[in-house]
Design a protein around this ligand. Sequence first.
Ligand SMILES: Cc1ncc(C[n+]2csc(CCOP(=O)(O)OP(=O)(O)O)c2C)c(N)n1
Ligand code: SF4
Ligand SMILES: [Mg+2]
Length: 281
Amino acid sequence: MKLELDTPAEKTWCRGCGDFGILTAVKRAIQELVDSGETRHENIVIASGIGCHNKIVDYINVNSFDVLHGRVPPIISGMKIANPNLKVIGFAGDGDAYNEGISHLVYSAKRNIDITMIIHDNEVFALTTGQATATSSLGFSTKAMPKGNIEVPLNPIHLMLTSGATFVARGFSFDIKHLTSLIKEAVKHHGFSFIDVLQPCKTYHDTTQFLRERIYYLNEKGHDTKDFRAAWERADEKERIPIGIFYKIERKTFEDQLLKGKIPAYEKEIPSINHVIEEHI
Ligand SMILES: Cc1ncc(C[n+]2csc(CCOP(=O)(O)OP(=O)(O)O)c2C)c(N)n1
Ligand code: SF4
Ligand SMILES: [Mg+2]
């Protein structure tokens, strides 16, 4: 059945912004996940941090929540622990995830909570008119740093690999078919799933051509997603930029262990888990 995923909210992103591609891919992934019986429309919850990317929660007709800057991972972790029947998807900008909220992201990966984080990585604080973030390249010049960024950029794939993430991927906002499939795989994954989406900011950091010239599919050359060292090395490539799943393994989730034996198989509707929380305090 075709879901009504559009909302009446006016889209205020700039023309050509990568956020549009991410929005389309997310809506397609939700439709296909529901069609395949993986989840139900009412069991999907999305949340978003602060920035241009944040508006995505206004443009998709599912349960949603606006979160403080950088605090999406703990909020959606709480949702998942309170009701393991939910599929929770968090959206964050690169500034939101890798500057303000980096410790929350690291801890969610370490704990292997069954949530999905999708990062709109435009390598700039866009909503605040273009300052350098943790992923901005060396020399990137802004109004605040006219002589260029003097910091070496952080590699989000390496960060997540060392933090213990069990699903680590990279997408491109204008390869919608590929991104849709990554999002579906991430949501289906039992454990912490992470997608860094390379996304041009048309106004403050237009990387459209740079990315289009360099992006290729990780599995073109063959890639074993269980091989940590291979994932690390492929994430280090500089001349060309691979997209796809770098790493995917199974490990017990945080909530599997926290709620073990308390809520049989998590399959039934859960009236309240207060008793579970009380026992653990
Ligand atoms: C705690 C806190 N610090 C700073 C801000 C100011 N602020 C609002 S949006 C933003 C930039 C967000 O950048 P990013 O997360 O990369 O999202 P984008 O706008 O690029 O999508 C900042 C710094 C804030 N709202 N709250
Ligand atoms: S400022 Fe950049 S990120 Fe924000 S809507 Fe415009 S193009 Fe998109
Ligand atoms: Mg940004």
